[in-house]
Design a binder for this molecule. Structure first.
Ligand SMILES: NC(=O)c1ccc[n+]([C@@H]2O[C@H](COP(=O)([O-])OP(=O)(O)OC[C@H]3O[C@@H](n4cnc5c(N)ncnc54)[C@H](O)[C@@H]3O)[C@@H](O)[C@H]2O)c1
Length: 442
């Protein structure tokens, strides 16, 4: 499954871009569009929640002119909250937040209206279930994209993103994916150490996202008005929208493992379940996963993610090599024979800002920038872990990618009156996977 060449190109692109150097090929036709610096890049935001408002702020903070001209969200109150927040943050530069009333779109079809509103660039920051459909539409319409991770919740979605990523390349569109560690100085310095052989060959890795969990369901069914509205409001707890927390959060750590290893796992075994978050209001997702991934050369990656309050927590990665150990826990450092042989030094600017600076620089200077392949494959790594855990079976990446069950209703135009792909039984319970009984391959 590993596309080593794409991966190397990707590594080269992201790390060199982060260091601010010129990179790869130039295609003069796109460069013209923004060359004089007067012509602002027009941004459309799809998904005006926590991350969408952060990503919009970061795009607007890029030095050359960028302005937001269209916004879309499933719900009006979220759009208004983000619009008002951006107007306030950019009160000294009101021209940056230039969204007239008729450029604000509400509903599950808002994405297409934002894409068609005359923007150059879209930020896709809805729950990840929608991402493949939104990304496909953006690429079809010829827009540059920044999309949040994960980029899908199932194998069919990953395949759609991979296909659209190829299309984006042909159209010379620039694609950023919100795996911001690739733009973080500490991770880039550590990677340089790794590539220079500071820990020798990697033989095993451990990656963690263990914590207390996220927000409780935000709306009742009565407040939401429909089953679809209820699930979209409380999207974290429905696998077709969220992908479960191994996909939604732990992807960051799995992606670091892939990045360090310069490969994607070929097989996975997993265990997990719902130990404390068992109420029916918590929909379908598990509260813990423990997975063992293997790469083609036999290297293992042990992964844990947990949403259980009052337990040991940590969000970090460790690589054990033949000559030493690299850890990102606390201060990023390499240990050899019990001694620290290297530790990160220097500025560590906000990677959420740097990823936008780099993407916008690539658009303006017409440099190659397409993080979609890696975004899709690291998403697939997380989906593979979820599938192995839900089924209790050993699953290969090849089978998962080719035959993994589809959980998002592709091909349907969703509205708040549509029936979601999962519905509660008469007692309010949603289907919850049972290892040994739940099948994950078609
Ligand atoms: N890179 C990171 O570190 C990071 C951090 C936080 C979140 N994220 C990612 O950002 C995404 C959004 O997370 P969030 O925390 O902002 O969630 P959120 O719930 O705060 O925001 C999601 C927004 O999307 C809207 N929405 C839902 N369905 C929609 C649709 N079909 N069309 C338009 N709008 C729709 C919701 O109403 C909401 O306003 C997730 O994929 C998450 O993983 C990434």
């Amino acid at each position: 499954m590993t596309d080593q060449n794409s991966r190397r190109d990707f590594l080269k692109t992201s790390s060199v871009a982060a260091l601010g150097a010129g990179l790869l090929s130039t295609l003069p036709n796109m460069a013209r569009a923004y060359a004089d610096g007067d012509d602002a890049i027009k941004v459309g935001l799809v998904g005006c929640g926590g991350r969408g408002s952060g990503a919009a702020e970061q795009a607007l903070s890029v030095k050359p002119k960028v302005k937001i001209t269209a916004m879309g969200d499933a719900f009006r109150h979220r759009l208004d909250g983000t619009y008002n927040g951006l107007r306030e943050k950019f009160r000294d530069q009101p021209e940056r937040v230039d969204v007239s009333e008729d450029q604000k779109y509400v509903g599950l079809d808002a994405y297409q209206k934002v894409i068609d509103s005359g923007v150059d660039f879209v930020i896709l920051a809805t729950p990840p279930g929608f991402r493949p459909v939104h990304f496909e539409a953006a690429i079809k319409a010829g827009k540059h994209v920044f999309m949040e991770k994960p980029v899908a919740v199932d194998a069919e979605g990953v395949r759609k993103v991979l296909a659209a990523a190829e299309e984006a390349k042909k159209k010379n569109l620039k694609i950023g994916v919100g795996l911001q560690r690739h733009h973080q100085a500490s991770y880039l310095q550590a990677l340089e150490q790794l590539r220079n052989g500071a820990i020798g060959d990697i033989i095993s890795m451990r990656v963690y996202w263990n914590g207390g969990g996220v927000w409780d369901p935000r709306k009742t069914r009565e407040e939401a008005g429909s089953e679809m509205g209820y699930q979209v409001e409380n999207w974290y707890y429905y696998t077709w929208l969220c992908g479960d927390h191994i996909c939604e959060q732990h992807i960051h750590n799995l992606d670091v493992g892939n990045w360090w290893k310069d490969a994607y796992p070929v097989v996975c075994r997993g265990m997990g379940g719902r130990e404390v978050r068992t109420d029916k209001k918590y929909g379908q997702i598990f509260d813990h996963f423990a997975c063992q991934y293997e790469y083609e050369d036999g290297t293992t990656m042990i992964s844990e993610c947990r949403h259980i309050p009052n337990t040991w927590g940590g969000v970090f990665e460790v690589a054990q090599g033949t000559k030493g150990t690299l850890t990102t826990e606390g201060r990023m450092r390499i240990q050899q024979g019990g001694k620290t042989s290297w530790a990160f030094r220097g500025d560590n600017p906000n990677p959420y800002q740097v990823e936008h600076d780099n993407l916008h620089a690539a658009i303006r200077e017409d440099k190659e920038f397409n993080e979609a392949y890696n975004g899709a494959m690291s998403t697939m790594t997380a989906i593979l872990g979820r599938m192995a855990t839900y089924s209790g079976k050993e699953i290969t990446m090849k089978d998962a990618l080719e035959r993994g069950v589809t959980i998002y209703p592709y091909g349907q135009e969703l509205t708040f009156d549509s029936t979601p792909p999962v519905v509660p039984d008469k007692d309010g319970w949603y289907p919850i996977p049972v290892p040994g009984q739940t099948n994950q391959l078609t």
